[in-house]
Design a protein around this ligand. Structure first.
Ligand code: FAD
Ligand code: FES
Length: 281
């Protein structure tokens, strides 16, 4: 059944988490079984009364009580209004939508690469991987423009204790290397060749990371990206999000790199096809 009618969602609380960004705790009223089956990388439509809907990813998935969290950057009309609301405010919810990251149960060496707010859609996957029974050598490479622009401060603090977290900032910093994550790939590949790469960030950044990883020997069908398109219906009806013959809301937002290249080769990169999403950071 197509889910077009928003359900009630409550804003529980929030804290500042990066420049212009907040970490929101939200609760779905009367959660349904499907709400508990969220796969990291999937998204939901957040409705702000009087301001419409926009897509956001789950940082932590809904629990039995319907509570989940999301990292949201104030970037336009809807998010500006959201940032004016107080705890207890009523919102709208539709979801979960789209395809999440692959579970990669057989993979042993995984490199996660994120730029800016692109860390948010990967956070749930990292948490799942940390609790997975099978041994997994997981490294996370995270780049941001500046220290204030870094998001998910509490999560990164925790991850630093349990996995190699390589952080880069344009001008470096106490916990971070100077430059772009791209500049770290040679060293990381020399230390250990990843089998699988998951990447999220601005589109040009992801394509550059994916290209370099494939050039360094990762199979293109083992590289995954999460792409952004403007979304309206989120259920494959309106066509705002299409990339060639694929609807990013249904077939994405996560795509295998080789599939994504085929879609781009059809000529509809988002400018000619669906409306290119404006990355959150
Ligand atoms: C699958 C998916 C997951 C996402 N997850 C997250 C998330 O976890 N956290 C997060 O913060 N964001 C996320 N986003 C991005 C978020 O949905 C957008 O930033 C959303 O547009 C914000 O709504 P808004 O009304 O506040 O801003 P908008 O009014 O939509 O403006 C956002 C930005 O786009 C520009 N803009 C507006 N209209 C146009 C146009 N027609 N052409 C070009 N530029 C335009 C504005 O100037 C502004 O810079 C996600 C997007 C997708 C597709
Ligand atoms: S958002 Fe309507 S078809 Fe994808």
């Amino acid at each position: 059944m197509l889910e077009l009618t928003p359900r009630a969602l409550r804003l529980l609380d929030f804290y500042a988490d990066g420049q212009d960004s907040r970490h929101f705790r939200l609760r779905i009223d009367a959660p349904q079984p499907g709400d508990l089956a969220v796969i990291p990388g999937q998204f939901f439509m957040l409705g702000v009364p009087g301001f419409g809907e926009a897509p956001f990813t789950y940082v932590s998935p809904p629990d039995e009580g319907g509570e989940f969290s999301a990292l949201i950057r104030s970037s336009g009309r809807l998010t500006a209004r959201l940032f004016e609301l107080e705890s207890g405010a009523s919102l709208g919810y539709r979801g979960p939508f789209g395809k999440g990251w692959p579970l990669l149960l057989g993979a042993r060496r995984v490199l996660v690469v994120a730029g800016g707010c692109g860390l948010a859609p990967l956070a749930g996957w990292i948490e799942e991987a940390l609790h997975h029974a099978a041994p997994l050598q997981l490294r996370v490479l995270y780049g941001a423009r500046s220290a204030p622009a870094q998001v998910l401060g509490r999560e990164r603090e925790r991850w630093r204790q349990v996995l190699p977290l390589i952080e880069t900032l344009e001008h470096g910093g106490p916990e971070a290397l100077r430059g772009s994550p791209l500049a770290q790939l040679d060293r990381l590949f020399a230390e250990e060749q990843p089998q699988v790469v998951l990447c999220c960030g601005p589109e040009a950044f992801m394509l550059a990371i994916a290209k370099t990883c494939v050039r360094r020997g990762v199979a293109a069908d083992n590289v995954w990206l999460s792409v952004e398109r403007r979304m309206h219906c989120a259920v494959g009806l309106c066509g705002h999000c299409y990339i060639a013959d694929s609807y990013a809301c249904v077939d994405g937002p996560t795509y295998r790199y080789d599939h994504y290249l085929q879609l781009l080769a059809h000529g509809n990169t988002g400018h000619a096809g669906g409306e290119l999403g404006v990355g959150p950071c």
